[in-house]
Write a protein that binds this ligand. Structure first.
Ligand code: PLP
Ligand code: CA
Length: 316
């Protein structure tokens, strides 16, 4: 495999790189910013790409915020974009449910293990949901009747067809037990017309969440793995590196994959997303999770085609 090409400080190589692509899929955290801190020169770099006629699409695995909230954040940081140019893992999950699964009554509700970003995107696709941020599901502890109601399905909604797990800052046993009940089909077992387990989906599988110069449990570690362990089943994850997400991005933006480059800081999400999607290029940015030594390991999940110290280096 060819060595990744280092672009920082090499203007001719940067020009040649930019000429190869019409569209840049840009990861957010670790590339544009770290938490609330925007890296130097980012708004100018995005403007430069756009002034050169490149399309910039922001692709994030953060399921806790909706596209509208991402638009507000990008705009407040001076990064030019439109809400339509944002593609998050919650939106990816919502359109998978509405356009691929096409849930039909009576199994057309989604049980959510996650935050308001998931709820907003489900609502934007007209999908009914329960769980999520509803205070009813933030109860701590279990009563004997809670166990009984989940086991016999009387405390469950018979219309649930999907369990969607993302990062949930209020995760608790009560909510996990409900999700597990749906995944086992407890809510359907007594109704011959509503047989079957709920479909298991995840917004993303990120093991960690980089915050405040440290790491915290990500969706993969905090909620999804608990359900996988209980059921023995793996979810279909709809964030990067899922190719269901790539297909949806391609369809929405009419991408020519050969002239599209994925830019990101994480090898097992961003770079793998671009490599598996057979994009024309992948650019690793060293302001986030992974460093050069990570793709030099024999078991690296993916190797980028290009790398820069920071995205702003693309200004040449
Ligand atoms: N998940 C959550 C909850 C996050 O807060 C973040 C980053 O802020 C991520 C995932 C990773 O997001 P990205 O794909 O933009 O790096
Ligand atoms: Ca990232």
């Amino acid at each position: 495999m060819a060595e990744p090409q280092y672009l920082s400080g090499n203007s001719p190589a940067i020009s040649a790189f930019l000429d190869k692509f019409d569209t840049f899929l840009i990861d957010c955290d670790g590339v544009l910013w770290s938490g609330d801190h925007v890296f130097d020169g980012i708004p100018e770099t995005i403007k430069l790409l756009q002034n050169k006629g490149k399309r910039t699409v922001f692709v994030t695995n953060n399921s806790t915020k909706s596209r509208k909230e991402y638009y507000a954040k990008l705009s407040s940081k001076g990064i030019p974009c439109q809400v339509e140019d944002i593609f998050g893992s919650s939106y990816s999950a919502a359109i998978y449910i509405s356009r691929i699964l096409k849930l039909e009554p009576p199994r057309n509700k989604v049980f959510v293990l996650g935050e308001a970003g998931i709820e907003a995107e489900l609502a934007s696709e007209g999908i009914a949901y329960l769980g999520g941020t509803d205070p009813k599901y933030r109860k701590l502890g279990m009563e004997p009747e809670d166990f009984a109601g989940i086991a016999d399905g009387s405390a469950l909604d018979p219309d649930v067809g999907v369990v969607l797990a993302g990062l949930d800052f209020h995760i608790n046993y009560y909510k996990l037990a409900h999700a597990h009940g749906y995944l086992c089909g407890n809510h359907a077992s007594k109704d011959a017309n509503k047989s079957g387990k709920a479909v298991f989906l995840a917004t993303n599988m990120d093991s960690t969440l980089p915050m405040c110069h440290s790491f915290f449990p990500g969706a993969g570690s905090a909620s999804v793995v608990a359900l996988s362990n209980m059921t023995g089943d793996q979810p279909l994850a709809l964030g990067k590196p899922s190719q269901a997400m790539m297909d949806a991005v391609e369809g929405k933006f009419h991408l020519d994959r050969s002239r599209t480059c994925m830019i990101g800081d994480r090898l097992n999400t961003d770079i793998q997303f671009g490599v598996q999607g057979h994009l024309g290029g992948t650019l690793a940015v060293l302001t986030g999770v992974n460093k050069k030594a990570d793709w030099e390991k024999a078991d690296a999940p993916a190797v980028p085609a290009y790398y820069v110290d920071g995205l702003a280096d693309l200004r040449g």
